[in-house]
Write a protein that binds this ligand. Structure first.
Ligand code: NAP
Length: 285
């Protein structure tokens, strides 16, 4: 049976370190603070916000919420982003997307100061991921995959990593992060031919397509380490990943859905806020 890579264990280790780092920053006069900017009240956003606030409170990070009406104008939203940028007491900003139709998302995301971009939505952050530099921050879910592998002691160096999905939120950044850690990386997408054959070459398979059961036994070897990022909800409300659970259980290791990558994401967000506060204070963690 495969080793199960529970997100809560990786999250607990991250949180423990963050509590100490937050205390040290506060002792030096810096209160790590996250701004949350939410337009409207989509169920997924509200649920994620609840989890993020709880995680921040547990660690000692302050949260300042900006809740805007679903029909807010682009100019009003830009004013809020300018306020966040200009407030030295705010170190990081979580902006929920997608933004409502009619708002230029590229313009709004581009307006956020990269040093406060704790969820990797600005061009500066993406550049940082591609050049392995500290301009901004990696998207939290992509980094959560790396944190999960680190926590369970799976090194990327020299390993064959196959990433299924090429979005800017997960697929591309996680592929670049694996490459920066000296993995040999293959990126698959909806036009990839013989997907199972390609997946089967992986030592570490990161599935982020959003297609339930896309990868089955034919794409897995007995030692494959599976990081399943997919979140798929069926008509009965049951959640599953992109890799067939029964088949992942026969691989080397797998992260469950739910309970895997998703359980690490808010801790990564908190980690970025603390890092942003430390950078702003000129402190090293
Ligand atoms: P996305 O923007 O829709 O991208 C999906 C990617 O998967 C695309 O690159 C697409 O290829 C590829 N793909 C789709 N069908 C495929 C197929 N049959 N074979 C191979 N590749 C295929 O989605 P996303 O935002 O990256 O999210 C991916 C999944 O992660 C979703 O299930 C989402 O809910 C989940 N997610 C999880 C968390 C978490 O915390 N665990 C956080 C965010 C998102 P093309 O580029 O060719 O279209």
């Amino acid at each position: 049976m495969a080793e199960i890579l529970y997100g809560k264990n990786a999250a607990a280790a991250i949180n423990e370190a963050l509590i100490r780092e937050t205390e040290a920053l506060k002792a030096g006069g810096t209160n790590p603070t996250l701004a949350i900017v939410r337009v409207g009240a989509r169920g997924d956003d509200v649920a994620y916000e609840r989890g993020a606030v709880k995680r921040c409170e547990m660690i000692g990070i302050d949260v300042k919420k900006f809740e805007l009406a679903a029909d807010v104008s682009e100019e009003e939203l830009l004013k809020v982003i300018a306020e966040v940028n200009g407030d030295a007491a705010i170190h990081g900003c979580l902006l929920f997307r997608p933004l409502p139709k009619g708002i230029d998302e590229t313009r709004v995301c581009g307006a956020l100061a990269p040093e406060k971009d704790v969820d990797g939505i600005t061009a500066g952050s993406i550049l940082g991921v591609f050049t392995d530099k500290n301009t901004g921050f990696a998207p939290c879910t992509a980094q959560a995959c790396i944190e999960l592998l680190n926590h369970y002691g799976y090194e990327l160096k020299g390993k064959k990593v196959v990433v299924v999905g090429r979005s800017l939120v997960i697929g591309k950044p996680v592929a670049m992060m694996a490459l920066a850690r000296h993995a040999t990386v293959t990126i698959c997408h909806s036009r990839t031919e013989a997907l199972s054959e390609v997946c089967r070459t992986a030592d570490i398979l990161i599935a982020a397509a959003g297609k339930a059961g896309l990868v089955d036994a034919s794409g897995l070897g007995p030692d494959t380490v599976v990081i399943d990022v997919g979140i798929n909800v069926d008509a009965d409300g049951n959640m599953s990943g992109d890799v067939r659970k029964e088949d992942a259980e026969q691989a080397g290791a797998y992260s469950p859905v739910p309970g895997g990558v998703g359980a690490v994401t808010t801790s990564v967000l908190a980690k970025h806020v603390v890092e942003a506060a430390a950078r702003a204070a000129g402190a090293s963690l």
